[in-house]
Write a protein that binds this ligand. Sequence first.
Ligand code: GLU
Length: 448
Amino acid sequence: MNASSPHVRFAPSPTGYLHAGNARQAIVNYLFARAQGGRFTLRIDDTDAERSRPEYEAAIEQDLAWLGLTWDDKFNQSARLARYAEAAETLKRAGRLYPCFESEEELAAKRALRAKRKLPPIYDRAMLSLTPAQRAAAEANGKTPYWRFRLSDGAALWEDLVLGERTIRFNTLSDPVLIRADGTPLYTFTSVVDDLDTGITHVIRGEDHTTNTAVQIDLWRALAPKKPLPAFAHLPLISDIAGDKLSKRSGSVSLRTFRRDGIEPMALAAYLARLGSRRDPEPLTLAELGPSFNLDAFSRGAPRFDAKQLLSLNRRILHNVAFDFVADRLPEGASPAFWQAIRGNIDLLSEARHWWEITHGPIDPPEIPEARSILQAALGSLPEAPWDETTWKSWTTMIAAATDTRGKALFMPLRLALTGEPHGPDLAALLPLITRELVIERLERAAR
Ligand code: GLU
């Protein structure tokens, strides 16, 4: 890392659990930093004391760690209130922060009036012309002001690293409130102070923040006119498979839900890392994804969250995962051979339990009277234990010869009798996992 290397941040508000959308922003920031030897900061946006909860902050950290993310440093906005107050003074001195007294009801009435006149619902800046005497009178009446930032004339213009050239005219926006009447600063403001103080070079976040970006560019210039602006990249928000806003039903579930459903963190991270980009998701770790990560690959259209694609990635990942990696999440007693046998046949790790029951527990094989002669030949030629992966081949060769059957006609009744399922792992690998007693019992039941 050096002075010119990028510095990015992921800045969640601890007001709930992380979901796919936030996780994607975290991953994209993280990979961007890793690709360029930069720095990745976790910033907790917790100035809203009423809605922020320490338990959500802890959950955010756990969920990021579950995904495999690490951060170079972390800080909480709530620890920087004095600095925000100082920055607010700078704005006041420059005449950019002005006190306001209108209540929510008064503002709503103004908006309604403007709507009637077909005007956009923008704040009319009435309080800009408040005289010192009027302010004193309001304060004498027990009112405390909240503070708005006076936006510049003109427009904010930036070359968005994902969306391309962007212009937002300031006269289409209301002067934003930066400080509430109780003195607490709002995110729009604190974020700029932090980005400035910590030397953030790239602000990468959701497209829902583009209006904030316009305001924040103006704020940045007001606070530090000489300091170059960071670059901005806005990722289009994820939509569901039909193109609608992501809902709980369609995937905007918390990371904890993905975890509970048995999605591998690597699958989710790899899926989110490439969602909305030209590159197909691949079963790669974050460390493998880092070096080639590039924001240029992201497109301007809203990406669609496809649970099927995620599941297929999960499957591909499980297919190659080593026993040690999953051992503590497999049924008690599961061996490397068991994992080797079943890993190609599950979408989710939780399905291992199903195959464990098939290899070790009681099952209810179907009765297959039409295959009775095959099943009886199978019983008659069943080799003595111990078995290995060659047993299946030699056993079925004997059954084939005795019954003059081969292919599906031979294998399907055996598979059904031994597993109760028409599909599944290679029986050469599965057979040695089942005891000889169980095999006999199952063949006898199926042959009834
Ligand atoms: N706390 C903000 C959010 O969660 C951060 C946005 C930003 O990255 O600036 O939306």
